[in-house]
Design a binder for this molecule. Sequence first.
Ligand code: HEC
Ligand code: HEC
Length: 278
Amino acid sequence: MRFLTRGGRSPKPRASLRRHRAARPLLLGLSLLFVGTLYAALTPAAPSSAEGATDQQLVAQGKNLFAVNCASCHGLNAEGLAQQGAPSLTNVGAAAVDFQVRTGRMPMANPLAQAPRKENVFTDDEIAALAAYVASLGDGPGIPTEDQYNPAGLSPEDVARGGELFRTNCSACHNFKGAGGALPNGLVAPSLQESTPREVYEALRTGPGQMPVFAPGAVPDEDVKSIIGYLEQVNATPSAGLTLGGLGPVSEGFWAWVVGIGGLVLFAVWIASRGARA
Ligand code: HEC
Ligand code: HEC
């Protein structure tokens, strides 16, 4: 920027520019204005509703991603393909897509088996596009906002209530610590140890696979948050010693009996055998 430095060694600015002290800042301002106008003129016309247009772009991008990654099973218009066992997605909503893709369940590798949780292969933007496309097809729960699922700030009472709600509504399938469990017909209710708060919220509202839907009428948002708070607490607490997969105090007590009494029996047998020899 030698041009801008004042003083004898820099090349002499043109006389016309030197005439006024404000000339340089003014020139700079004018060039900025010129570049700005040029930029505005060359970029595509801004739509009247910027948000509406980005939505449309997102939906279009999602439709393309869907055609490549999902249509082979769900059909080109997400109408579902019976021969693939893949359901129609017209009314599943953005939350179902967000959940299924984020947890790596979709795209499925084997449509005949229960979709397992696996590595997600899409970026956040791609998931948003897929979700926007499916949401554009019909009704269904939207992607929750953070204040709907973030359990930060819950009181210990809220979390305790979440534990109660979990035992009433979820533990029959997922076990009382969310460790997961077997269901009839070879299906499993997965462990919830890796589930993020957002995924738990979405699972409740969309009911993946054999899981029932828990609608806001039955389990309002603040109850969902309490359940999430409980799960976060359980997942954060390192289990002390041998937990047997969090099978619970009943079965842990049972194993204590088996091992404890078994040990005593063995000891008695050993004593008896010594007595017999003597
Ligand atoms: C190999 C076949 C296959 C592919 C590919 C596939 N799906 Fe699926 N999808 C299925 C089947 C089968 C189910 C039902 C399984 C279930 O409910 O657990 C399903 C279920 C879903 C659901 C849950 C619907 C509901 O009722 O809640 C969503 C959402 C979904 N798929 C989205 C997608 C998206 C998005 C893609 C592409 C990224 C995709 N799927 C790719 C076979 C497939
Ligand atoms: C009838 C049994 C059943 C009940 C009750 C149930 N679930 Fe589920 N849940 C399932 C099954 C089965 C799946 C796996 C779905 C699939 O095949 O993709 C699942 C999946 C989930 C997942 C996704 C786990 C992952 O892989 O990240 C979450 C989170 C979840 N359930 C939370 C809950 C909560 C919280 C409740 C109680 C409000 C609940 N579930 C009640 C059966 C159940």
